[in-house]
Design a protein. Structure first.
Length: 172
């Protein structure tokens, strides 16, 4: 009975892990439409807050009834929306640049690992007795690559899982 419960718990953990997925990297970049909508929303929120405060101060606290002064509030709307739009565009450009760098790093990692695998296989095919020093050197290089990748991917915001080593070791 205990074995069945343990296997069922392991199955549930395994299936729960499969459904946790991150957004693709391209989906993490805000679109121009969403940037514009957020900027307009923030400008409108600032406008409404300014009008509400103006109404509270003049009408409710000071008891000065009169027309609301909307020119300053409209200027606040415009400046807030422009600043929010500019700031989000800058953040978007920064994120695109980071994602380009990560793609370059992944490409370089793949090319280096492929070259190391070819070197290791050629050495094994030509001189099987010198395979151990070459394998140690390849392991050292892959260790350094893995260290650099783990540092890079721990710094990057919400990226895909780090690529695994795909090196195939010939058996001696």
């Amino acid at each position: 009975m205990r074995g069945i419960l343990e296997s069922k718990a392991a199955f549930l953990r395994l299936t729960a892990m499969k459904f946790k997925s991150e957004l693709p990297l391209t989906r993490q970049i805000a679109s121009d439409r969403s940037i514009l909508l957020i900027a307009i929303f923030l400008g409108l929120a600032a406008f409404l807050l300014a009008v509400l405060l103006q109404w509270l101060i003049y009408d409710d606290w000071l008891h000065r009834n009169g027309p609301l002064r909307l020119v300053g509030s409209a200027l606040l709307f415009l400046l807030t929306a422009l600043f929010a739009w500019w700031w989000q565009r800058a953040k978007r450009a920064e994120k695109v640049e980071v994602l380009k760098r990560l793609e370059t790093i992944k490409w370089m990692n793949d090319r280096i690992r492929n070259s190391l695998q070819a070197i290791e296989c050629v050495v094994y095919a030509t001189n099987p007795h010198v395979t151990d020093p070459v394998r140690d050197a390849v392991d050292t290089i892959e260790g350094v690559l893995q260290e650099i990748l783990s540092e890079t991917y721990s710094v990057a915001p919400q990226t895909e899982a780090m690529p695994n080593s795909r090196s195939v070791r010939p058996s001696v």
